[in-house]
Design a protein. Structure first.
Length: 364
């Protein structure tokens, strides 16, 4: 009886009613289609398309001073962030022409996460680190590369994402980013404008529970408490974490009175003298407004088109959750004016240790 029931469930399509969006995305299995998509990927790579990203498949905390290096094509410098330009730089330093790079190279080359001294932590094949959206055919079917696999996305679903998200885009009243870190940026905003309070790295979670940061920047607008969540990235894993963080913080404030009291205390401590009452007032009435601010070099007027597919899906899900809680929510972009620094060797106590670590990366 159990086997019959399991077989019946296996053949059922009832899941489409419970999870209607799941049928809009399906893995690509046809080798000929995969070959064509890989060709589009290589073309984008060689042309240095801004729609091609290099990221880390796993969620990482950049506050842990994570650095990166590569192996598979020669010796590598140590880089202070994970960014596709670092991979281009690595290949150039080893005399590799982009026209010579193919899918097999992506499979053989490795991205290593290291500490400041170049000691390896984790490693990931470059192909699994690439994120790319493209279209094929006259029907303009959309395809998404994630962790080395291709997925076909129904065109109507892509249009649905755009129609839902683009009206929620806002032209943010935040200064451009030209700082060493997100934390430095958040602090600078409050120094330039006392209308903002920095709550970066604070915690409103009850004792004994996982830390929950209320937001990075806090302000008051139109009688609402505005929670700004800032992220220096347009990468799927980091953005999904950002969107979830914003929603989780609001849920906690609505469910735990102690969290709200902690937030009031944090705001009072961080606010400039004589302004704390103004910041606290909307919190008493639970008038909340969430803003996701994403630092990027891209044209802000592209709105949701600046985000990878899975980031758009995550953002729509979180926006709907916030709407159900009667919370205003918007997203927008912050101009990145920080430039793109070149990779460099990190200072080490012993040069031989650096050489040994780089040799280890090359032969890994």
């Amino acid at each position: 009886m159990l086997c019959e029931k399991l077989l019946e469930l296996y053949g059922s399509d009832a899941y489409k009613t419970t999870f209607p969006d799941i049928q809009n995305i399906s893995p690509v299995r046809d080798p000929s289609v995969i070959a064509e998509l890989n060709g589009k990927l290589i073309e984008a790579f060689r042309n240095k398309s801004e729609d091609l990203y290099l990221t880390v498949p796993d969620l990482i905390n950049y506050r842990d001073n994570v650095y990166a290096a590569f192996s598979g094509a020669g010796a590598s410098l140590i880089y202070d962030d994970v960014y596709i330009d670092r991979y281009y730089e690595y290949l150039a330093q080893n005399g590799k022409e982009l026209a010579e790079i193919g899918i097999d190279d992506f499979k053989q080359h490795t991205l290593h996460l290291t500490d400041e001294d170049g000691n390896p932590r984790d490693r990931h094949g470059v192909l699994k680190c690439l994120i790319f959206d493209t279209i094929l055919g006259k029907g303009a079917l959309t395809f998404h590369l994630c962790e080395g696999d291709w997925y076909k996305v129904e065109t109507s679903y892509v249009a649905k994402l755009k129609a839902f998200l683009d009206p929620l885009w806002a032209d943010l009243n935040l200064p451009a980013y030209n700082h060493e870190s997100e934390g430095a940026y958040n602090e600078s905003v409050t120094k330039m404008d006392t209308a903002f309070v920095c709550l970066d790295k604070t915690n409103i979670s009850p004792a004994g529970q996982t830390n929950v940061e209320p937001c990075d920047l806090f302000a008051i607008d139109d009688g609402h408490a505005v929670f700004y969540h800032i992220k220096l990235s347009t990468l799927s894993a980091q953005l999904s974490h950002l969107f979830n963080q914003g929603t989780n913080a609001i849920e906690l404030l609505k469910l735990e009175s102690s969290a709200l009291e902690t937030l009031k205390m944090l705001v009072q401590e961080a606010a400039a003298d004589g302004t704390s009452d103004t910041f606290i007032a909307p919190l008493h009435d639970e008038k909340y407004h969430i803003v996701f601010g994403i630092v990027t070099h891209k044209d802000k007027l592209k709105k949701s088109g600046n985000l990878p597919l899975f980031s758009r899906i995550s953002l729509m899900r979180n926006m709907k959750a916030l709407q159900l809680m009667s919370v205003r929510a918007n997203f927008g972009f912050i101009a990145d004016q920080s430039g793109k620094s070149a990779g460099k060797k990190k200072q080490r106590k012993k040069k031989t240790e650096l050489a040994d670590s780089l040799k280890e990366l090359e032969h890994a």
